[in-house]
Design a protein around this ligand. Structure first.
Ligand code: KG4
Ligand code: ZN
Length: 347
């Protein structure tokens, strides 16, 4: 089956053509990062507007790249939620109109279910074996940090969540404190690789639960940054917060590395514990933060079962993962609406 996927839940306008839920024939992602970067985060109004401007061209390019005519599309899968309401509405309305025009079924997809399916995607021939289930998935992105036991397609048990910031959000906020550009994750990873003496920073274990917390670490990193500033006399009675002041690159690198190490330590140990407890036959790391090489390496050496990591092009938001999830889940011809607060175990 040839499915067209459409994703507009946040700041990427994306369309993809995927065959039988696994083989990627095209994946087009139009990023809005330059439009949001001046604000240090995603501005919902700007996101909706950019989706409206981009979606037609992105879908046309996905079909053209795949060498697939409009009339060969057999199904359309679209992100229904969670995400920004206005942004979701653009993709959903477009998908609904196109499905009606082409007279094909429409598959509403949970964005997180999409992230789980990123490890089913491939461009290789023959296709690699699919992940063994049950799979323990760590979803780590700018908006989500969740531990999920995926028992089957559409049958997920959310066993842990962040109680405050998502891991990617913490990377982005700490990057801002350290004076690194948005999005902060790749920048922190780049700078951390040059650190000589990573700063020792705390870890929130939230023992007895599979939950996460990153806001204390964010505050601890900010405090350490200020301490270094005051030692270097960049904080004075005239400028008590050190605003506008910065540290030498090697001290920034040590803070970035210490922060990254704390996040990874908690993510890896809690994922392994959960996988053992739930007798998972595989572990998956999906979402934008899965692009982090240090996280992948640590998880790979600690995992007692096969580890699957989203390929970098499918780790961040994309429509190929939405087309894949749609293939494995039921279609609808009923009127569907956006669900901005949709969760994974909601059916
Ligand atoms: O999945 P995604 O594209 O968007 C959401 O659905 O949220 O994830 C984006 C997040 C951003 O917070 C970004 O800083 C983070 O993923 N990220 C990384 C890396 N690359 C992207 N975090 C850590 N290390 C990276 N290399
Ligand atoms: Zn996402």
């Amino acid at each position: 089956m040839l499915a067209l996927g459409i994703e507009t839940s946040c700041d990427e306008t994306s369309a993809a053509v995927v065959e039988d839920g696994r083989r990627v024939l095209s994946s087009i992602v139009s990023s809005q990062i330059p439009h949001h970067a001046p604000y240090g985060g995603v501005v919902p109004e700007i996101a909706s507007r950019q989706h409206v401007l981009a979606i037609r061209g992105v879908v046309a390019l996905a079909l053209e790249t795949a060498g697939v005519g409009r009339n060969e599309v057999q199904a359309i899968a679209v992100t229904q939620g969670p995400g920004l309401a206005g942004a979701l509405l653009v993709g959903l309305s477009f998908a609904r109109g196109l499905a009606m025009a082409l007279d094909v079924p429409l598959f509403p997809v949970n964005h997180l279910e999409g992230h789980l399916h990123s490890v089913w995607l491939s461009r290789a021939t023959p296709l690699p074996d699919p992940p063994p289930l049950p799979m323990l998935a760590l979803i780590v992105s700018g908006g989500h940090t969740e531990l999920v036991v995926m028992r089957d397609h559409g049958d997920n048990l959310v066993i842990g969540k962040t109680v405050d910031d998502a891991a990617g959000e913490a990377f982005d906020k700490v990057a801002r404190v350290l004076g690194l550009p948005y999005p902060g994750g790749p920048e922190i990873e780049r700078v951390a690789a040059t650190a000589g003496h990573p700063e020792a920073l705390p870890r929130a274990w939230l023992r007895g639960t599979h939950n996460f917390s990153f806001s204390g670490l964010k505050t601890a990193t900010l405090r350490a940054f200020r301490d270094h500033l005051s030692v270097a006399h960049r904080i004075s009675p005239e400028n008590p917060t050190g605003a506008g002041q910065s540290l030498p690159p090697e001290e920034i690198a040590n803070l970035a590395a210490g922060f990254q190490e704390s996040v990874i330590d908690v993510l890896v140990k809690k994922s392994i514990n959960a996988a053992v407890e739930h007798r998972a036959r595989s572990i998956a790391v999906v979402g934008g933060v899965a692009a982090n090489g240090a996280l992948r390496d640590r998880m790979r050496s600690a995992s007692p079962v096969p580890l699957l990591v989203s390929p970098p092009e499918f780790a961040t938001d994309n429509a190929a993962m939405i087309a894949s999830a749609g293939f494995y889940l039921p279609a609808t011809r009923a009127a569907i609406d956006v669900l901005p607060s949709l969760s994974l175990d909601q059916r």
